[in-house]
Design a protein around this ligand. Structure first.
Ligand code: XMP
Ligand code: MG
Length: 179
């Protein structure tokens, strides 16, 4: 697409990463009751791929969140638009996100879910921008590290679009500076 500066993570890299994470999660939670919570909207493509690489029975549920303020920057104040329907009391929880940037969103979600009596709450993200971290968040299942660039594709959007690009791509700077 003409808004793409360059491909940062290829389909092959994503597939390999998803396969490894799926295998690890399957091993680690073998014989345990696991609820996987996908964070909408960005996490939907990663979760669809990851879930099919997990070989143990799991419950799948979704949360939809949005951070207040500027769409390309995280404020850390997270608004829950849709909560899970599943009772997570006494169960292991794994939150699946598209990308960790400042870490504020996931930090907030982990703390929120911990108040509901789960056995554990862990975090899995397809992409990680460690240089932008503002909180000390433990990422238990970490995908691919990327530099501090605004990316689209593989679930990630710019102004609601481009989530359906198969690779993770750097958005052309002129697209978001031309306003
Ligand atoms: P924090 O900063 O709370 O934010 O870890 C995570 C959320 O910020 C969004 N985000 C991006 N979205 N391209 C996007 O399309 C990016 O490069 C990017 N960096 C952060 C995303 O919604 C993520 O869930
Ligand atoms: Mg998101």
């Amino acid at each position: 697409m003409d808004v793409v500066e360059r491909i940062l993570v290829s389909k092959e890299q994503l597939d390999k990463q998803v396969e490894e994470l799926g295998a690890r999660i399957s091993r680690d939670y073998e014989g345990q009751e696991l609820v996987i919570i996908g964070v909408l909207k960005g996490g939907f493509i990663f979760l669809a791929d990851l879930a099919r690489k997990i070989t143990i029975p799991v419950d799948l549920d979704f949360m939809s969140v949005s951070s207040y303020g500027n769409s390309s920057k995280s404020s850390g104040i997270v608004k829950i638009i849709k909560d899970v329907d599943t009772d997570i009391t006494g169960k292991h929880v794994l939150i699946v996100e598209d990308i960790i940037d400042t870490g504020l969103t996931l930090n907030h979600l982990v703390e929120l879910l911990k108040t509901r009596g789960p056995l554990s709450v862990k975090v899995c993200a397809a992409l990680d921008k460690p240089s932008r971290r503002k909180v000390d968040l433990k990422v238990d299942y970490k995908g691919i590290e990327i530099p501090d660039e605004f990316v689209i594709g593989y679930g990630l959007d710019y102004a609601g679009k481009y989530r359906n690009i198969q690779e993770v791509c750097v958005l052309k700077r002129e697209v978001y500076t031309k306003k």
